[in-house]
Write a protein that binds this ligand. Sequence first.
Ligand SMILES: Cc1cc2nc3c(=O)[nH]c(=O)nc-3n(C[C@H](O)[C@H](O)[C@H](O)COP(=O)(O)O)c2cc1C
Length: 315
Amino acid sequence: MVKRTSMDTKLSVKLGKLNLKNPVILASGTCGFGKEMEGLIDINKLGAIVTKTITLDKREGNPPPRVVETPGGLLNSIGLDNDGLKNFLFEKIPYLEKLKMPVIVSIAGNDIREFKKLAKELSAIPCVNAIEVNLSCPNIIHKNAKFSLPAQDTKAVGKIISGVRKMTTRTLFAKLSPNVTDIKEIAKAAEGAGADAVSLINTYPGMLVDIKTMKPRLGGVTGGLSGPCIKPLALKCVRDATGAVKIPVVGMGGIMCADDAIEFILCGASAIQVGTANFVNPRAGLEILEGIGKYLGRNKMKNIKSLIGKLKVEG
Ligand SMILES: Cc1cc2nc3c(=O)[nH]c(=O)nc-3n(C[C@H](O)[C@H](O)[C@H](O)COP(=O)(O)O)c2cc1C
């Protein structure tokens, strides 16, 4: 049992059917399957974790190097490397089911059938409290039509989310890409198809070049940019999305400290995810949680809800 404190009460948030004791979630791909954080922090103090994205079958991922640092950020091209659903069920679930906070499993598929199968099988596992659909996986095939990136196409988002929705009653998050013309339309498509919340943003596409070798710095040539350098872009996406949908928005992108998280909450995020910061400081999530509590105290706010979306815009 998690001991409840007065701090828990004022920080608790509800996302779909999910009750989080606080709004701090570790982001997909940056905390493994929870066990990787063992010995570094007590993850049970956090609101929830999102696992690394899993696929139906094992994927080798992209060639190395897979991660490169850049001023103010990280460029990665992991390529959804994972051991597949069966391995997840046998190897990862035994640890995840011991956790005392919600587990959100991130999924991706090559086609809609795979997304649906993953959602169906995972929904039979009691400790899988929610599913986050990673819509930023390339080359999805649906009825012979190829969607380059589902998160960039309202039709693809609608089809995948409604397909998954039919397979699960668990809380459903749609994870969106910032690399779109209008994030509002994509968020609305996810909401219309039955998502309980939208999580944004995933990484921005980018690349780096080694001028000595004249080769790309990443084995996969291009990758996804994350970290502090994307925070202003992410905040804009979160504010746009919260203005467009009624479902909760979970904000992320360059959150390194409590002040960053508070910016996202002011822009309307009901909860936040911490990603790249985990690689710099594994305690970042806990420090952010503590900092949010202190900020509320300093501003004489009894409840996190008093802060959500309270950005003051003149005129
Ligand atoms: C090394 C690395 C691996 C990631 N893997 C995944 C993944 O498997 N699934 C996913 O949805 N997002 C993945 N992401 C994206 C993060 O979850 C997050 O959306 C993004 O990095 C922006 O947040 P940040 O700036 O706090 O890292 C990954 C990010 C990094 C840096």
